[in-house]
Design a protein. Sequence first.
Length: 423
Amino acid sequence: MTPQKISIDSNNNLVVPNNPIIPFIEGDGIGPDVWKASKKVIDAAVEHCYGGERKIEWKEMLAGEKAFNETGEWLPAQTLETAREYLVSIKGPLTTPVGGGIRSLNVALRQELDLYVCLRPIHWFVGVPSPVHYPDRVDMVVFRENTEDIYAGIECNYDSPEAKKLLEFIRTELNAGDKVRFPETASFGIKPVSKEGTERLVRSAIKYAITHKRDSVTLVHKGNIMKFTEGGFKKWGYDLAKNEFGDQVYTWEQWEATKKADGENAANQELEKAHHDGKIIVKDVIADNFLQQILLAPQDYSVIATLNLNGDYISDALAAAVGGIGIAPGANINYTSGHAIFEATHGTAPRFAGTNTMNPSSLILSGVMMLEYMGWDDAAKCIKNGLQTSIMHKRVTVDFYKLMDDATQVSTTEFADEIIKHF
């Protein structure tokens, strides 16, 4: 087989050859350990399921400490060019330089490649230690907007000329100077939220729900306080659902209108019929209430669409309910261009670098997401089955070992071998 690039056709569908070239960043800290284990599992699953007819050709690209040590740059231009050229890539955890430069390498990659969806599936594997009574009720997929909100990085320090100019604008143009309680020491951040950014995120979430036969999409926002940003997200999300998906969805706005016109019983009957007809229910919830609901009634939520900061909080809180970010995968995707970076969601844990003790499940499951994105579903299922069986046999890394009874502690590499053994 000749290695080839993944491409995208005129209908925005990936074209994946049997021997695709996929760039990787091994990551900093524990990155090399978990990447080595993950690569071994992914390669073994592809070989197991396709018997040599398919194979991934891995291509290293540099970012983080390894890039800085070799090139003097934290994120070389060549790395961005490689990620653009080959469309699909995978990465371990990256450090963030302190004291200037790039605020976050992860954020930089997302913004440079316009990876507007941060996709975080949250699913419990039987036997994983959890702090909640019913982790099996947690089965959600979070669509976090990835390029706007306060993560745009538009900030100015309190003692900068820019802060003084912005304060003057607030006083004279917005007539809101009294809202800045301590003007002499107030730093400022800008929160851009656009109609276009909202629409492409919510569109992706609804399409995902339809394709994967999920019953609802929930818009999570703080629109009761931030009327034009988070409130705009809610409004634009509902408008998009109604205008582009029509009879495929039923919105809470429709429920409210029926309730007002014909009463609550009629509205509930209409909602029940929409469920019965297989329509996607599009609803919304205030962010702070949602953080309660994921503990009290997680079974009521399926696909979540939310803004950048809310999504950061929500995805990690949900991950805790199913065992922590050590077993939480993630992806950053542009569904129009096809670009995608699959990544470990945890940090670099430099204290444990090179110890071969950490749990590689986050990066392994991100590899599962990558295989699913490529359409290699058999290999993806193979890995999930192997991981589930390994956990149930209680041969696990130290993080799970400490929380399980009668478990056997294994190294990062041995855990990868356990997964492969149970294909």
